[in-house]
Structures are given as structure tokens and as C-alpha cells.
Design a protein around this ligand. Structure first.
Ligand code: FMN
Length: 274
């Protein structure tokens, strides 16, 4: 099992996030040893990638190709590791009810993968640690994003850092971790066809709309979709798709395309009641 762990904590491998990650990896290593399988683990600390203050925002990665990103070289190793991995673990502390700025910056430097998914069918897991609350938005954001990169997210596990040395909590965590580890190992063994839900099917079609929308500026996205046969497909790869969900997703795609063509897309006005 080849794992790459993306760690977005300012405490590097010495913090709570790394402790949680270590527990999961120890469990996965144990299971690999039991099954006499090789186990490889690489860590990427997002703080060490020299990505600078933030993404420069040139959008060249999208219109001219990712190799034109000023930080392309900084991401070379992580790109190779992610593409070769059986499992990518994205781990973040909760910062102000969201992901850490460090892992957000990492994600931003892969924005082109929303346009051109590179990880179709690969497996991912999301981990977070917090002092109290915020797992849901933090892990939900990472899960939604990496799904758009093509990953199948096998699970999300958030932990309450202050309880990490309490036996009762650790017992429950051990159970949850066992459930997650079993799911990971089973999927890696059997590689079942994915079953995209309605949200996934709509997201696929929205990504295609985005690829089409950039075609005025550049053909990079659309060529990528064309080469993979995605311009007229229902999903990235063979999958078990519910026909009703697929029909609904097609209707949503048609509505969005129509609204965009007629300039009927609405501004987002919220929070003015009361
Ligand atoms: C800037 C900052 C913001 C934080 N925001 C939250 C928060 O919104 N909710 C929460 O429960 N904990 C919050 N925490 C606590 C961390 O999530 C928690 O200590 C985490 O386990 C730290 O992981 P680490 O040791 O890997 O950095 C915050 C910590 C920092 C430094």
C-alpha cells in the first residue's frame, strides 16, 4: 500500500494532526503486515513546499497549463507522489472553523485539477483535529474539493485534541479508526466500481460546464476532457449510476447552461432578512 499524507499543520509532524495521522497509518501498516503486503508512507508538509504567501492568481495553470504555474517546480514531488499513491490522506487542524491556511494554499495551487481532474478513481481520506468545533466545514471542504480532483473519498475522521489522552475517548477513536481502516483495505483489495450520488453527478457536469466556459480563452481544459471521452459521458469512469439521479443531473446541467447562455445567472445576495 502506497500512502502519501498531506499534512497542513504548522506543528509539522509534532502536532495533534500528525498524531492522529500516525494512529491511522500505524493501523494500516499493521494490516498490511498481517496480509504480507508492502507498506510505503511519504509525508508532505504543506508549510515546507515554499509556496509563498498565496497563489499568485494569474490563472495560467488553467488557461495555459499547470506547467506554467510559477510554483510548478515546488509541487513536482507532491504531484508525482499523489499520482502514484494508492491512498492520499489530507490532514488539517481546524483553524477558525475551517482548514488551515497552509493546506488551503496547497489546494489553491492545484485549482487546475478542478478543471482537469487528475486523480479519477484514486482513494483519499480526510483527517482533522480541533480543540472543539469546526470539523464539518473543514473536512467537508477538503472532501468536496478532492472529489472534484477525481478522488473517491473513503471517509473523514475528526478528533477532539484535548481528549486524545483519555482512555474512554481513545477506545472510541480506536473503533472508528478500525472501521475506517477496514473500509480502506477492502476498497484497495477489491476496487469496487464507484457509485456516484446525485451531488457527484451534478458536480461532474458542472466541471464540464466550467471546462466549456474556459474554451473561449483556451482549449486546454476542453482538450483534456475530449481526450478522456468526458465531453459526452455521465461520469469520469465506468460506474454504477442510478438512472433517476443521472436524469436529474442532466436536467440541472441543461438549466445551468441555459441560464449562462441567457445571462440569467444571479448574483449571490444573502443574509439581508431580519
Ligand atoms: C489559528 C488557530 C485557529 C484555531 N481555530 C480553531 C477552531 O475554530 N475550532 C477548534 O476547535 N479549534 C481551533 N484551533 C485549535 C486547533 O484546531 C487544535 O489545537 C489542533 O488540534 C491543532 O493541531 P496541530 O497541533 O496539528 O496544529 C485553532 C488553532 C489555531 C492555531
Amino acid at each position: 500500500m502506497k500512502i502519501v499524507a498531506i499534512v497542513g499543520s504548522g506543528h509539522g509532524l509534532g502536532g495533534n494532526t500528525a498524531r492522529l495521522l500516525d494512529r491511522l497509518c500505524t493501523e494500516l501498516r499493521r494490516r498490511c503486515t498481517q496480509q504480507q503486503q508492502a507498506f510505503e508512507l511519504d509525508h508532505i508538509l504543506t508549510d515546507e513546499l515554499m509556496l509563498g504567501a498565496s497563489c499568485a492568481g494569474c490563472l495560467d495553470c488553467i488557461t495555459a497549463g499547470e506547467q506554467t504555474c510559477p510554483k510548478y517546480g515546488c509541487m513536482e514531488r507532491v504531484r508525482q507522489l499523489m499520482e502514484a499513491a494508492d491512498l492520499v490522506i489530507f490532514a488539517t487542524p481546524v483553524h477558525s472553523f475551517h482548514v488551515s491556511a497552509s493546506i488551503k494554499r496547497f489546494v489553491d495551487h492545484f485549482a487546475y485539477q478542478i478543471h482537469r481532474p487528475r486523480h479519477v478513481g484514486q482513494y483519499a481520506v480526510i483527517l482533522s483535529t480541533a480543540m472543539g468545533a469546526g470539523h464539518k466545514p473543514a473536512m467537508g471542504y477538503l472532501a468536496d474539493t478532492v472529489k472534484l480532483w477525481g478522488f473517491v473519498v473513503l471517509g473523514q475522521l475528526g478528533t477532539h485534541a484535548p481528549s486524545m489522552d483519555k482512555p474512554a475517548y481513545l477506545a472510541r477513536l480506536g473503533q472508528d479508526m478500525g472501521t475506517l481502516a477496514t473500509r480502506i483495505v477492502t476498497h484497495l483489495d477489491t476496487r469496487p466500481l464507484p457509485r456516484p450520488g446525485l451531488r457527484d453527478l451534478i458536480a461532474f457536469r458542472v466541471a464540464r460546464i466550467i471546462a466549456d466556459a474556459t474554451a473561449e480563452a483556451s482549449e486546454v481544459d476542453r482538450n483534456y476532457w475530449r481526450e478522456r471521452g468526458w465531453l459526452h459521458s455521465d461520469w469520469f469512469a465506468p460506474a454504477r449510476i442510478n438512472p433517476v439521479a443521472n436524469l436529474l443531473a442532466a436536467m440541472v446541467e441543461a438549466m445551468i447552461r441555459k441560464a449562462m447562455a441567457r445571462g440569467l445567472v444571479r448574483p449571490v445576495l444573502r443574509g439581508i432578512t431580519g
